[in-house]
Write a protein that binds this ligand. Structure first.
Ligand SMILES: [Zn+2]
Length: 156
């Protein structure tokens, strides 16, 4: 395969695959070649968000990007998580504001996210759509697993 993949310099493969848990547990969390095209599209979306919100370099922090299945299980991710396909990242930006502030600002951008989820009031999950699907631009919030997903971005 000779596909040319490009990554936004700030959201490179290493950054999107970095995991403290994987390092601590000795797990291989490299993104497999067949998923790199997803990861590069995710990188582009994050770059677009950074640029549109005029965030200084390093301000948008990736808490979790790609997750190998074994890592996803370990961190309590949902089965079939978009993280395992290289299609989602959990981000925060303390310099910009709270996770709610960040999610609200991303929701206003004309960028092609598939889902934007305010998770537990602590971070923002942003995902891309599969290559053959139209991004849904769906906004959800979740505060507890019992309560489940709520429509829209909810401030609490
Ligand atoms: Zn996530």
């Amino acid at each position: 395969m000779n596909l040319k993949l490009s990554f936004h310099p700030e959201f490179c493969q290493d950054t999107l695959c970095h995991s403290d848990t994987a390092l601590r547990c000795g797990l291989d969390n490299r993104c497999p070649p067949e998923l790199l095209h997803n990861l590069s599209r995710l990188s582009a979306l994050l770059g677009q968000i950074q640029q549109s919100l005029k965030l200084p370099a390093g301000a948008l922090k990736i808490n979790s990007g790609f997750r190998a299945e074994v890592l996803n299980t370990k961190v309590g991710g949902v089965p079939n998580s978009q993280h395992c396909l290289g299609m989602a990242a959990d981000v925060v930006c303390p310099q910009f504001g709270t996770p709610y502030d960040l999610a609200s600002a991303i929701a206003e951008l004309p960028c092609e996210f598939d889902q934007l989820i305010l998770e537990f009031g602590k971070w923002v999950h942003v995902s891309i759509a599969p290559p053959d699907q139209t991004p849904r631009r769906e906004c959800l919030s979740i505060f507890s697993k019992n309560e489940g997903y709520l429509e829209g971005l909810v401030k609490r």
